[in-house]
Design a binder for this molecule. Structure first.
Ligand SMILES: [Zn+2]
Length: 141
């Protein structure tokens, strides 16, 4: 594997495809992917495999942002949350398709592919995953 490519660029395909890594020693899952499991360290060498994440999880916490950073293709207010995927890793992501007043800690969310940012100078548009509440009425937890 070439390590000359900066980490940020190497992570892009993983962010597009929601690919994580799993340590076959302790079964912990990481996103973004890691080459070594921080728990098993040396024992994990050669025991790391890539897995496709389901994109489903639950909302751990969230914040409503009223002043978006420049360049971001969002309308204020918008919501940024921490999602715990069913496989275990936590992702910070924008939460879309929802009224902030209807959000609840612990609610089910799922990944959706959306425009993230638009470069006004070049016209380039960047896409990636955001999360939205799952449309189902369950009486869980
Ligand atoms: Zn491990």
């Amino acid at each position: 594997m070439g390590s000359a490519v900066p980490r940020f660029w190497r992570e892009i395909p993983y962010r597009y495809n929601l690919i994580g890594t799993k340590c076959k020693v302790c079964n912990r899952v990481y996103f973004p992917p890691r080459e070594v499991c921080p728990y098993c360290r040396r024992k994990s060498l050669g025991n790391i495999e890539e897995i496709k994440l389901s994109g489903r999880g639950k909302l751990i916490t969230y914040t409503v942002i009223y002043t978006p950073p420049s360049n971001f293709e969002v309308q204020a207010p918008y919501v940024v949350g921490i999602v715990e995927l069913d496989e275990g890793p936590r992702i910070t992501s924008q939460i879309v398709d929802c009224d902030p007043e209807n959000l609840r800690i612990g609610m089910r969310v799922e990944a959706v592919f959306r425009k993230i940012q638009e470069d006004g100078d070049t016209g380039a548009i960047y896409y990636g995953y955001k999360f939205k509440p799952v449309e189902e009425h369950e009486d869980k937890g």
